[in-house]
Design a binder for this molecule. Structure first.
Ligand code: OGA
Ligand code: NI
Length: 373
């Protein structure tokens, strides 16, 4: 994608995006107009279904979600119960961490339990198409399990890495509260997914599933063009905020600021691939399905390729990755197989699957020790 007249282009995108997010849900003429305008300029947007978690019409929610899962694997969730004020606070605290000097941030470098800070280029999500790694920095926060708890022997459980309270007061409380609240949102979405797959409403609530989940909050910061380590994305040169990937788990809840950047590709096998922007929607979560759900549902529900382009301004987002417990066996759901459609994947333990996926995409931690030596 070429951005020759970046300033104007950005201004246009900004305005169109604001209109678009406002009117898209109602499907008004204005949204159609903006969509067409964007398309005329070679910028296409994906129109996503919007699931209102406060709606009493569960049939409607199930049908909207099912349609979204069969089509793009992405949808918005609104009225999810987390207040806008609190969301703003989480973003403000995230910004407070990322504006610390790099030397300070590196003191919180992620450990082998996948907790803590991940610097720019730590992750390479799409090695085939990326020259370096992702131009983003992040911070992983998982389920807090004390060191002496036998559960902490599992790969994704253990104590979190927390910034010093005197440096960032309220930080830990804010993140822990968000972690808990987001899990409730995820469970509510999973109930609708269960119904859409003709399962019992509480299928994913079982103790070995979301009763004891691996749920990881990840604060993300895309530095953009004006920072020391940041870079403006250029797909022709293999430079991305986040390379093309699908998420590993069951679902991901994503909150973003209002800077455009996320793109999805509905058909990963098409050549050339077509990428569409997902407009930020204030107060909403953008939800997408992960690879584990694709396996579980025997590809009835697909995980969708997505990536992030950074066009200039910095961008903040918060991802919440939801996976079942370590020992949960992810095997073809009873409603997703038949004689004509046998299971496409062998059963796999959630912990084993995730460990491999993280290993494939993140830098070896020894790299940093060598660097410091
Ligand atoms: C991710 C991701 C998108 C974003 O972290 O897996 O896709 O907008 N993030 O930051
Ligand atoms: Ni992702």
């Amino acid at each position: 994608m070429e951005f020759q007249n970046l300033g104007l282009e950005m201004l246009f995108i900004w305005q169109a995006k604001t209109y678009f997010s406002q009117f898209k849900i109602r499907g008004s003429r204005k949204s159609e107009f903006v969509l067409r305008e964007m398309e005329n300029r070679g910028q296409s947007f994906s129109v996503l279904n919007c699931i209102d978690l406060s709606s009493p019409d569960i049939h409607k929610s199930v049908s909207l979600l099912k349609q979204a899962c069969l089509d793009s694997g992405f949808f918005y969730v609104i009225n999810h119960g987390i207040s806008q004020e609190f969301m703003d606070e989480v973003f403000a605290q995230s910004k407070r961490f990322f504006t610390l000097p790099l030397s300070e941030k590196m003191k919180h470098l992620r450990n082998e339990k996948h907790r803590g800070y991940t610097p720019v280029l730590d992750e390479v999500l799409d090695p085939e198409n990326q020259v370096n790694g992702d131009y983003k920095e992040g911070y992983y926060i998982g389920v807090e399990v004390p060191e002496h708890d036998p559960k902490s022997e599992k790969p994704f459980y253990g104590p979190n890495v927390w910034p010093a309270a005197d440096r960032l007061p309220e930080w830990r409380q804010t993140m822990e509260k968000f972690h808990q609240e987001a899990l409730e949102v995820a469970k509510a979405v999973a109930r609708i997914i269960a119904l859409a797959l003709d399962l019992e409403r509480d299928f994913f609530d079982k103790p070995e599933m979301l009763g004891d989940p691996i749920a990881t909050l990840r604060l993300l910061h895309y530095e953009g063009g004006n920072q020391i380590e940041g870079q403006i994305s250029d797909p022709l040169k293999g430079i991305y905020g986040a390379g093309a990937h699908s998420d590993y788990g069951l679902i991901t809840l994503l909150a973003t600021d209002d800077v455009l950047g996320l793109q999805i590709c509905k058909d990963k096998d098409a050549r050339p691939q077509t990428w569409e922007y997902v407009a930020p929607l204030k107060g909403a979560f953008i939800v997408n399905l992960g690879d584990m759900l694709e396996r579980w549902s025997n590809c009835i529900f697909k995980s969708t390729l997505h990536r992030v382009l950074v066009h200039g301004p910095e961008r903040y987002s918060i991802a919440y990755f939801v996976e079942p417990s370590h020992d949960c066996l992810v095997e073809c759901l009873p409603t997703c197989k038949s004689d004509k459609n046998p299971p496409k994947f062998p059963p796999v333990k959630c912990g084993t699957y995730l460990t491999q996926r993280y290993k494939d995409t993140h830098a070896d931690l020894n790299l940093y020790t060598k660097h410091q030596a």
